[in-house]
Design a protein around this ligand. Structure first.
Ligand SMILES: NC(=O)c1ccc[n+]([C@@H]2O[C@H](COP(=O)([O-])OP(=O)(O)OC[C@H]3O[C@@H](n4cnc5c(N)ncnc54)[C@H](OP(=O)(O)O)[C@@H]3O)[C@@H](O)[C@H]2O)c1
Length: 389
């Protein structure tokens, strides 16, 4: 049997590490690794590239190319750096490509991979939020298949496979509620980066952990689901489910709800996307319902977690509103991490950026998206100065 050609973008991150772990579990000899990418962690990137016998390793950071070259000397693995190198690596023919770069930086390489017609395992949600219609149109053109890796969307994808042709009446995204589910607004105003990163159930990268704490992650996921599953914004609901055992649900016209359950372990969604349409055995925890005892649900509080309403506003405004939301949010998040603004200021910055940039013309291509993204970041930076003052 011929080996599957795969590439992993964002291999040095949390999703990247889980992807490598799943691949090792399934047997390295079943895969031919074309490209792997990272950004700052060049030593980690070189180590993974050696382990996977990749053809090429790319760091997004041009300054780090000499270090990467040194780390790969004598291995026969090519080293490259910068955005164009990422795009070139993503354009190399592969059967399966993991898109796990964090943020809008994933957009250009993911689009390049989509244009090759590969199966795209999409962990990165910002691509769909910022440029959903453009990315999906390119995928239809090339015949690329998208397999969602975000656990909620992977869950819904599995549910839609089970439901066959039945149209979905409602999508119910579950949210853990994060570490501040029971905090007052006053307490939330004072939380630190370390506290925001301490997710109660999932072990994830820094950005998505903080995004989970103010439910920006769920807000982005609502927009992601809107693009992926052909539903109207009103059909998308969010329910807080602190145990993170139900990864999402789909409701149908006869009142049936199908739910996807599993341990909170990203290897499940990654393994599914890697083995689809089959299922491979994975060494993850098996659920014990008696030990679990109960599953709880509550409504999200729109006052303490305004990000969900921002997502609804972005969907109802349409056009590039979600791209503005994403770009200004990345700036606000970096500013929170740098200690310039408070935890609650992030949503305030994004809400005001969306107001200021309401009514921008529709994007026709990726250049339009990059222009809007740059504008959203400029406005975001201006607003951050005001909130930091
Ligand atoms: N972690 C999860 O459980 C999870 C679950 C669902 C969805 N996701 C989504 O998956 C994506 C990755 O999340 P993560 O938690 O794995 O993030 P992460 O741990 O922070 O890893 C991010 C990856 O992107 C690379 N990177 C950072 N900035 C970059 C840039 N400007 N250009 C190119 N590469 C860059 C990093 O390289 P270096 O580390 O070398 O700097 C790293 O390989 C996000 O979009 C997230 O929303 C994650």
């Amino acid at each position: 049997m011929s080996r599957r050609k795969i590439s992993i973008f964002g291999v040095t991150g949390s999703i990247g590490a889980n992807t490598v772990s799943v691949i090792e579990g399934l047997g390295l000899d079943r895969f031919e690794v074309i490209a792997v990418s990272g950004n700052t962690n060049v030593a980690g990137l070189a180590k993974i590239a050696r382990k996977l016998h990749a053809q090429i390793a790319v760091t997004a950071d041009n300054q780090r190319l000499p270090e990467l070259r040194d780390a790969l000397a004598g291995t026969g693995i090519a080293a490259a750096a910068g955005t164009n190198a990422l795009i070139e690596a993503a354009s190399r023919p592969a059967d399966w490509v993991m898109s796990a770069i964090v943020g809008a930086a994933a957009l250009a390489p993911t689009l390049a991979a989509a244009r090759t017609g590969a199966t795209i395992a999409l962990a990165n949600k910002e691509c769909l939020v910022a440029a959903g219609p453009i990315l999906l149109a390119e995928m239809r053109k090339s015949g690329a298949r998208l397999l969602p890796v975000d656990s909620e969307h992977n869950a819904i994808f599995q549910l839609t496979c089970a439901a066959g042709e039945c149209p979905i009446e409602r999508l119910i995204l579950t949210a853990s509620g994060g570490p501040f589910r029971d905090h007052s607004l006053d307490q939330m105003a004072r939380v630190t980066v370390a506290q925001a990163m301490a997710h109660p159930n999932w072990s994830m990268g820094r950005r998505i952990s903080i995004d989970s704490a103010n439910m920006f992650n769920k807000a982005l996921e609502m927009i992601e689901a809107w693009h992926l599953f052909d539903v109207a914004p009103e059909q998308i609901e969010v329910v807080v489910h602190p145990q993170s055992i139900i990864h999402s649900m789909a409701g149908f016209c006869d009142g049936t709800i199908l739910a996807h359950l599993g341990p909170p372990d990203m290897r499940v969604a990654i393994g599914h996307a890697l083995s689809w349409p089959e299922r491979a055995a994975l060494p993850v925890e098996r659920l014990d319902f008696v030990a679990l005892g109960r599953l709880d649900f509550e409504a999200p509080d729109p006052v303490r977690f305004p990000a969900l309403d921002l997502a609804r506003a972005a969907m109802s405004r349409g056009g590039v509103s979600a791209c503005v939301m994403n770009g200004s949010h990345e700036v606000a998040l970096d500013s929170f991490i740098a200690g310039h603004i408070g935890f609650l200021d992030m949503a305030a910055v994004v809400g005001e950026a969306m107001e200021r940039l309401d009514g921008l013309p529709k994007a026709n291509d990726l250049d339009d998206i990059f222009a809007v993204d740059a504008q959203a970041r400029r406005v975001g930076r201006d607003l951050v100065k005001r909130f930091a003052a």
